[in-house]
Design a binder for this molecule. Structure first.
Ligand code: FNR
Length: 414
């Protein structure tokens, strides 16, 4: 594979949002309005006579499969290469069992906590997810409002389809901004300043760059030129205009992003902003220790939802080690594979302060817009609530490792 092909493919995950084979014109992925397209890999049957009211994340996935064109649904849903990591993210949660202690006299629970000092009503936040205006016309504006209504934090992708100001204006709710880094640091600096001015409360730097998904290459998935132009202009690339040809815009896009980040970038970022900084994509103890050595305020244990490098372990299997390395020096969050309230309970028991969900809310967004995102958060809240009552935990700080049978405790339940 030549360098340009590689760069094009990696660019998709580095904020570029454009994926096309170099020797073929980019196909605009079908518009969401094109309901005639056959959905891929429908996970469950939709009830005859119309979509039923969803009662689980899986139900939202089925609705999303029915609502979206195949290429768009697969862009959201699929994982890298053989999808080992995608499956493992789910399977690892299922391997951990809950052994509830009985008769603790709990009938009311409180799911409130804080994230970097911000009170949130439940330990579930929205992960940064790109291209949201491609899944629903309201896109990130709907996610922003739903997160606010649910009392939680919206992690805003820097490739989301609306500008940081538009999203800030959509709701007063707390937001963290996830930064993909323009090569031109003057553009990056301005973007960080705009994020601060718009009232975002933290910056997430995603360090596991480069999606590698067969489905997207097979489908020749790409954003329409109009969306790509808006994205680049929203980032601060003022030289981009509608008058440029599609090829020129895509070429610009490929070269615009820094995909060779190193630890030094954090020194630069620290000089630009007073906002707390989180690193997303941490799986190793040594990296967690280094993140603490440079004074980061938080780490997100993530494998990008199994979209990047296939073969990586499930995040829940890496959490304890990372949490131990961080200790009480910073906050630890986890994403990748959360589908049930019991998954949230397991993550908290193993050291996460809160979790982030990606696909679950994007499936809901594509199926039902803002109301869907709100509903999926409430579903997970209700499931967590139920799990806390069943395990006798009146508050989140009551959730601990002793509730679980993991591979290390198997055979000797507490
Ligand atoms: C993502 N993710 C992601 N992460 C990020 O830091 N910036 C981004 O722009 C995106 N874009 C993106 C698009 C889509 C369609 C998906 C599904 C995911 C990764 C995301 O933040 C998160 O790590 C995973 O989605 C978590 O896994 P689950 O919840 O989807 O299993």
């Amino acid at each position: 594979m030549d360098r340009r092909t590689f760069a094009q493919r990696v660019a998709l995950a580095a904020g570029a949002l454009g994926l096309a084979q170099p020797d073929q014109p980019a196909q605009a992925a079908e518009a969401p309005a094109d309901k005639g397209a056959k959905p891929a890999a429908r996970p469950a049957e939709i009830a005859p006579g119309g979509p039923r009211e969803p009662v689980s994340v899986d139900d939202f996935q089925a609705l999303s499969a029915a609502a979206l064109p195949k290429a768009t649904y697969e862009y959201i849903t699929t994982g890298s290469c053989d999808e080992f990591t995608l499956r493992e993210n789910i399977a690892a949660f299922r391997r951990i069992k809950i052994l509830p202690p009985l008769l603790r006299g709990v009938s009311q629970v409180d799911t409130a906590t804080t994230a970097l000092g911000q009170p949130i009503s439940l330990p579930i936040m929205l992960a940064p997810v790109a291209c949201q205006s491609f899944y629903h016309p309201q896109g990130a504006l709907a996610s922003s409002r739903a997160a606010h209504a649910a009392g939680t934090i919206y992690g805003v992708s820097s490739s989301v389809g609306h500008s940081v100001e538009e999203i800030a204006a959509a709701s007063q709710g707390p937001k963290w901004f996830q930064l993909y880094v323009p090569k031109d640091l003057a553009v990056a600096r301005q973007l960080v300043q705009r994020v601060e001015k718009a009232g975002y409360q933290a910056i997430i730097v995603t360090v596991d760059l480069g999606e590698w998904k067969d489905a997207d290459r097979r489908n020749n998935f790409a954003l329409p030129k109009k969306m790509l132009v808006k994205h680049l202009r929203d980032t601060g690339f003022d030289q981009i205009s509608d008058r440029m040809s599609e090829a020129e815009v895509r070429d610009f896009n490929i070269n615009a992003w820094d995909i060779s980040l190193s630890w030094k970038f954090f020194d630069w970022l620290r000089d630009q902003t007073k906002l707390p900084i989180l690193m997303k994509g941490v799986l190793r103890k040594a990296d967690a220790e280094q993140a603490m050595a440079i004074g980061l305020e938080g780490v997100i244990v993530s494998n990008h939802g199994g979209r990047r490098l296939d073969g990586m372990p499930a995040t829940i299997d890496r959490l304890s080690e990372v949490a131990a390395a961080v200790g009480d020096r910073a906050e630890v969050y986890l994403d990748s594979g959360i589908r049930r309230g019991t998954d949230v309970l397991k993550a908290l028991a193993l050291g996460a302060r809160a979790v982030l969900i990606g696909r679950p809310y994007v499936w809901a967004l594509s199926a039902q817009g803002e109301a869907g995102v709100r509903k999926v958060i409430e579903l997970l809240r209700a499931e967590l609530h139920n799990a806390m009552i069943a395990t006798g935990c009146a508050k989140l700080s009551d959730i601990d490792r002793s509730l679980l049978i993991t591979s290390t405790t198997e055979g000797s339940p507490p």
